[in-house]
Design a protein around this ligand. Structure first.
Ligand SMILES: Cc1cc2nc3c(=O)[nH]c(=O)nc-3n(C[C@H](O)[C@H](O)[C@H](O)COP(=O)(O)O)c2cc1C
Length: 394
């Protein structure tokens, strides 16, 4: 199976790239990631003035002990641009076949920092350059980060500044936020200004809530908090929707990420047309070696369908994402409950009673469907813990 892929004209040995985040905080971390098998990595976003981070800065949502989503109020790199340029040079020297992607942030109204950082990263040897228009916390209140990505005008203007500078030759990849009404509208603005590709998505604005025993908000910084960025498994559907939209309009090459936990998740992003996928939270929770499983899982998915290379299924699924008004109203299904599998737990009964069409009865501790009442909504299928429900065509 061939996992190689291309983004613009850059070759990746597989589609798995570390997103800009703590796992890409410095040279030796990125080197360990490359040794583990990641094809590329986006450096933690450079900013002119390195940051001081708050303590605590993470919070999480758990089911049992499993973290299903994550929140952070971390800012950008704690290291100076010069320290980064040195690391980037060393990475390109020692790992010439890996893809090193820069990431920078500047002001909405002032080109100097964008230009300086872009030229610095380019001279250090990055293959591609992300423009961080999407960090949802800390920076928007200073008119940067997601405040830029929420404005077509600012997003387009910054790409224009960089493209107008003849010494900036590196491909530019704005990293967009999902926290907009129409991500394609912002995508069109950056495409119109000359962006070479798009990366989506960053973390999503969120508030994790409270520890009800202490009344401290999460993550608590001396008893206070601020809205943060949501990531991990829970954000995948939001990310997929953005990728689907961006691949269609404006149609620039897309690096997709957000909520990728395994190789099957990656397959879904590629099915929508993302040629490369980015991962952050899963690596923070599981470590760099997770990429070995991801490659295995992606290969396994490909074998189910006799796909031999990434191109065989790239974008194949996006053709199936259509407008609501184009869906077939005459397509009818009905629930079927397999009496041999039903354990009589009553979950489908309760859901159908109070959230559906009262189409399920319990008889002798077995759920039975009333075909005349079933509306084919699939709520019983969603809640059944024993795989006893299937939706069959009427
Ligand atoms: C702690 C943390 C720090 C992050 N820092 C950055 C950053 O400096 N620059 C950036 O572009 N994205 C940053 N991100 C966003 C990630 O690159 C990624 O886009 C996001 O987490 C969604 O992917 P995931 O669900 O795989 O984590 C950060 C995410 C986390 C969790």
């Amino acid at each position: 199976m061939d996992l190689t892929t291309k983004f613009l004209s850059i070759e990746f040995e597989n589609p798995f790239v570390l997103a800009s985040a703590p796992p890409t905080a410095k040279y030796d971390m990125m080197a360990r990631a490359f040794d583990a098998g990641w094809a590329g990595a986006v450096v933690k976003t450079l900013i002119k003035e390195p940051v001081n981070n708050l303590h605590n800065r993470f919070a999480s949502n758990k089911i049992g002990s499993r973290i299903i989503s994550f929140e952070n109020i971390e800012l950008l790199s704690e290291r100076t641009p010069d320290e980064w340029y040195e690391d980037i040079r060393k990475l390109k020297q020692n790992y010439p076949n890996k893809v090193v992607i820069g990431s920078i942030m500047g002001d909405a109204k002032e080109p100097t920092n964008w230009l300086e950082l872009a030229i610095g990263c380019q001279q250090a040897g990055v293959d591609l350059l992300e423009l961080n228009f999407s960090c949802p916390h800390g920076y928007p209140e200073r008119g940067k980060g997601a405040a830029i990505g929420q404005s077509a005008e600012y997003s387009g203007k910054i790409v224009e500044w960089l493209k107008a500078e003849p010494s900036v030759k590196i491909p530019l990849i704005p990293k967009l936020t999902a926290a907009v009404a129409d991500i394609s509208y912002i995508g069109e603005a950056v495409a119109g200004a000359g962006a070479d590709g798009i990366c989506a998505i960053n973390t999503i604005p969120s508030l994790m809530g409270f520890d009800l025993k202490t009344l401290k908000p999460k993550a608590s910084v001396a008893g206070y908090t601020t809205a943060g960025g949501y990531s991990g498994a829970g954000i995948k559907p939001i990310a997929l929707k953005c990728i689907s939209n961006l691949v269609k309009r404006p149609g620039l090459p897309v690096m997709g990420g957000g909520g990728i936990c395994n190789g099957y998740d990656a397959a879904e992003f590629i099915l929508l047309g993302a040629t490369v996928v980015q991962v952050c939270t899963t690596v923070m929770l599981e470590g760099y070696d997770i990429v070995r499983n991801m490659k295995k899982e992606l290969t396994e998915f490909m074998s189910w369908h006799n796909f031999e290379k990434i191109e065989d299924f790239l974008g194949l699924g996006n053709k199936k994402i259509i407008k609501y008004s184009e869906l077939d109203l005459n397509y009818k299904v009905i629930a079927y409950i397999d009496p041999d599998k039903c354990k009589g737990c009553g979950k489908c009964y309760i859901s159908c009673q109070d959230g559906g069409y009262q189409a399920i009865e319990m008889k002798d501790k077995i759920s039975i469907i009333d075909k005349n009442k079933c509306s084919g909504c699939s709520l019983c299928f969603q809640v059944c813990p024993s795989n006893a429900v299937s939706m069959i065509e009427k």
